[in-house]
Design a protein around this ligand. Structure first.
Ligand SMILES: C[S@@+](CC[C@H](N)C(=O)[O-])C[C@H]1O[C@@H](n2cnc3c(N)ncnc32)[C@H](O)[C@@H]1O
Length: 293
C-alpha cells in the first residue's frame, strides 16, 4: 500500500483491502471476522461501531498494525497468536506460541466439572489439580467460577507456566503453579478431590488431519504422542490419581475422539469403577469422568 493511501485511508477502504488481499486464502465471512476482531483490538471498535465509523480515516500507526496482522494472516498464522489473546469460558486469556490455543471442546469439559461440583460438608476447601495446564485456561476458569476451591496446576513447560501465571493475575484468581514432568513423577505431593487433564493426545498418524496453521504454530509438546503408545499420559495420570485422589474424588480427562473406548477400558483396568464417556458438540467422544467408588 503506498504512502498517499496510507494518509487518507478510511475504515471502509481498509476493510475492502482486507477482503481483497485475503480472499484467496479464507472464506469471506472468516476474513470479516478477523477484521472485526482486529478493529476491536487496534481501534477499540466493536462490529456495530465499525458499521457507524466507515468514513473515519485511520492513523498511519493504526494502519501499520493492520498491515502487520494482514501479513501474518497471509502466512496463515492463527488470529489468536496475532492479537495475543483469546476468550475461554467467558474470560480473556493471553496466548503465545508456547501455549496451545484453548479449544471449545475444553470449555465443555470445564462446564461439566462446574455443573458436577458439590461443596464439601463442614466447609473444607476442595483441592483441585489441572495437569498440563498450558495457558491455564482450565485451572483459571475453575478457580474463577468456584471461588471456594484450592486450585493447583502443573506443566512441564516453564514458558507455558509464565503465560498461565500472567493469566491467573489478569483474571484475579489464585492458582499454585508447579513445573514438573508428569511422566517422571512417582507420586503427587498432595491429595486431591478432583484431578483434571487435557494432555497431549494427537497421534503422529493423525497429523494429516491437522490444519497446516496448527502444525506450524502451536507447540508440538502440547499436541503429539507416539502412535505406539498414545495413552501414555492417560495411563500415568490415572495411576497417579489412583494414589492421590480422596476416596470420593473425581478424575476428568479430555480425550482423543478415536480412542474413547480404549481410554475408558484402560482407566477401569487401573481401578476406577465408574467411568463415563461423554461426546462433545460435534458428537465425538471427547471427555471422561471417572471415580473409584
Ligand atoms: C493439550 S495441551 C493442554 C493445554 C491446556 N490445558 C488446554 O486445555 O488448552 C497439553 C499440555 O501438557 C503439557 N505437557 C506436555 N508434556 C508434559 C509432561 N510430560 N508433563 C507435564 N505437562 C506436560 C504441555 O506443555 C501442554 O501445555
Amino acid at each position: 500500500m503506498d504512502d498517499k493511501r496510507i494518509v487518507s485511508l478510511k475504515i471502509k477502504d481498509l476493510r475492502k483491502d482486507f477482503i481483497d488481499s485475503l480472499s484467496e486464502l479464507y472464506e469471506p465471512e472468516e476474513v470479516l471476522s478477523f477484521f472485526y476482531i482486529l478493529s476491536e483490538k487496534f481501534l477499540g471498535l466493536r462490529r456495530v461501531d465499525v458499521a457507524l465509523a466507515l468514513e473515519t480515516v485511520i492513523s498511519s500507526q493504526e494502519l501499520s498494525k493492520f498491515e502487520n496482522a494482514k501479513n501474518h494472516l497471509k502466512k496463515q498464522d492463527p488470529i489468536q497468536y496475532i492479537t495475543g489473546d483469546t476468550e475461554f469460558y467467558g474470560l480473556s486469556f493471553k496466548v503465545n506460541q508456547n501455549v496451545l490455543i484453548p479449544r471449545p471442546e475444553t470449555e465443555e469439559l470445564v462446564d461439566w466439572i462446574i455443573k458436577d461440583y458439590q461443596r464439601k460438608e463442614g466447609g473444607r476447601k476442595i483441592k483441585v489439580l489441572d495437569i498440563g495446564t498450558g495457558s491455564g485456561c482450565i485451572a483459571i476458569s475453575l478457580a474463577k467460577n468456584l471461588p471456594e476451591i484450592d486450585m493447583y496446576a502443573i506443566d512441564v513447560s516453564k514458558e507455558a507456566l509464565e503465560v498461565a501465571k500472567e493469566n491467573a493475575k489478569h483474571n484475579k484468581v489464585a492458582v499454585t503453579f508447579m513445573c514438573a514432568d508428569i511422566l517422571q513423577l512417582d507420586a503427587l505431593k498432595n491429595s486431591f478431590d478432583i484431578i483434571i487433564s487435557n494432555p497431549p493426545y494427537v497421534r503422529e498418524l493423525e497429523k494429516q488431519e491437522i490444519h497446516a496453521n496448527v502444525l506450524e504454530n502451536e507447540p508440538h509438546l502440547a499436541l503429539f504422542v507416539s502412535d505406539q503408545d498414545p495413552l501414555i499420559f492417560y495411563r500415568k495420570i490415572t495411576r497417579l490419581a489412583k494414589k492421590s485422589l480422596l476416596a470420593d474424588g473425581l478424575l476428568y480427562f479430555e480425550i482423543n475422539q478415536y480412542l474413547g473406548t480404549e481410554t475408558k477400558e484402560m482407566i477401569k483396568k487401573l481401578g476406577f469403577n465408574s467411568v463415563s464417556l461423554r461426546k462433545d458438540l460435534y458428537n465425538n467422544d471427547r471427555m471422561i469422568k471417572a471415580s473409584i467408588i
